[in-house]
Design a protein around this ligand. Structure first.
Ligand SMILES: *Cc1c(COP(=O)(O)O)cnc(C)c1O
Length: 423
């Protein structure tokens, strides 16, 4: 039997850090990543046969849980008929119709293959449609790793962005402005688009404060800027209509990913029909993709969406609420200060006493060393959470009450090991 440490050693020789996406390398929690062999429902098993209740769920892409039969069947059926053509197919039309029908104001979209690609294309669209160059994003919001958006900032005022990554030139971020989350920024008519995660889910979970999203809507309207909701996490997870219907605030442009692929690579960006007229072949904004609207990916996406009726969201929210209060009780019961922020079915986890509202506050809690201790205690007890303090906890439709109870019990044990060793 191959072991996690053997695979990690071999992986590190052929892939940077042994991984294909950096957080998977366990740098911020220590130890050796569990190399997953298979998953089913709420559970995953690593190559050594260790079983975990999984709250990573591919960072939210697997909203039904792993290896859900409707997804397997859809992908199998699609594969038999050919996996890619470079021509339009019926499933692309169906998936686009399904999305447009659910999200208020979304009239047309383009399917791409990742959230990064969606955000990159949406920014290009916004610049093309407005004829303006500058874009604004919020510190601690993540929009994938396209150069112009690969900036976090973290100051308390809006400022010229500097990138967090080597290889991103000053020129590539020269038109990016970064502002603190949860404060409506001053805009002027140089801004093409304001990009926001309507619920920040990449700095732990940070909810929008009342009036923030509506304030952005008004600020954008005042100067003719477009408002972009990056719904790569929130889309079809918060609600059937995503953040747009959950908060009843109307953006101009959307990005989607994760849930809409049913566990396969899909992203999308969209807008009104009028704004989407700018996209080639109708208009001058170029954007394309060999595997865009891929038959397997759209089959999986359609299968996932077919399960997401109103009752699915009630179930997700009910389970998230149960888990949030159970975790809070178990961890505080062990004498450890914890916050389990919740927005609909989305949960976060911070060790501290005051819920963060922006990146600076979130970072202070994320870097206090406690998440790492808790994470390790949870892994030992068969619970898989994201191997870093900046991610959300993803409850899927496959998590049962029993799974949640086992998780809460594990949390009580893991919390007992948190705190003392901080020094
Ligand atoms: C995951 C994520 C992205 C990037 O999506 P990828 O498919 O990883 O490229 C963009 N925006 C948000 C809000 C995300 O959570």
């Amino acid at each position: 039997m191959v072991t996690n440490s053997e695979l990690f050693e071999r992986g590190q020789k052929v892939m940077p850090g042994g991984v294909n996406s950096p957080v998977r390398a366990f740098r911020s929690v220590g130890g050796i990543p569990n190399h997953i062999a298979r998953g089913r429902g709420s559970r995953v098993w690593d190559v050594e046969g260790n079983e975990f209740i999984d709250y990573v769920q591919s960072y939210g892409a697997s909203i039904l849980g792993h290896a859900e039969p409707v997804i397997i069947e859809a992908v199998r059926d699609a594969a038999v008929d050919g996996t890619t053509f470079g021509a339009p197919t019926e499933r692309e039309v169906l998936l686009a119709e399904t999305m447009v029908e659910r999200v208020p104001g979304l009239e047309m979209l383009r399917l791409v293959s990742s959230g990064t690609e969606a955000a990159m294309s949406a920014v290009r669209l916004a610049r093309g449609a407005t004829g303006r160059s500058k874009i604004l994003k919020f510190a601690g919001n993540y929009h994938g790793h396209t150069d112009a958006l690969l900036v976090a900032g973290g100051s308390s005022v809006a400022e010229q962005a500097t990138s967090d990554s080597a290889g991103v030139t000053a020129g590539a971020v020269a038109d990016t402005v970064v502002a603190p989350y949860n404060v409506v920024p001053e805009l002027d008519d140089s801004i093409a688009v304001v990009c926001v995660e309507p619920v920040a889910a990449n700095m732990g979970l940070v909810a929008p404060e009342p009036g923030f999203l509506q304030g952005l809507r008004e600020a954008c309207d005042k100067v003719g800027a477009l408002l972009l909701f990056d719904e790569v996490i929130t889309g079809f997870r918060l609600d059937r209509g995503g953040a747009t219907s959950f908060f009843d605030v109307q953006p101009d442009v959307w990005c989607f990913g994760k849930v809409i692929g049913g566990g396969l690579p899909v992203g999308a960006y969209g807008s009104s029909a009028e704004v989407m007229q700018n996209i080639a072949p109708l208009g001058p904004v170029y954007q394309a993709g060999t595997l865009s609207g891929n038959p397997l990916a759209t089959a999986a996406g359609l299968a996932a969406m077919s399960q997401l009726d109103a009752s699915a969201y009630e179930i997700l929210i009910e389970r998230a609420t149960y888990l949030a209060s159970g975790l809070t009780e178990a961890i505080t019961g062990a004498g450890v200060d914890v916050l389990v922020p919740q927005v609909g079915p989305l949960l976060g986890l911070f060790f501290g006493t005051e819920a963060p509202t922006n990146f600076e506050e979130a970072k202070a809690l994320a870097e206090n060393g406690r998440y790492k201790q808790f994470f390790r205690g949870m892994v030992e007890r068969g619970i898989a959470m994201a191997p870093g303090p900046y991610e959300a906890l993803f409850v899927s439709l496959a998590h049962t009450r029993d799974d949640l109870d086992q998780t809460i019990e594990a949390a009580a044990g893991a919390a007992a090991g948190v705190g003392d060793a901080t020094a």
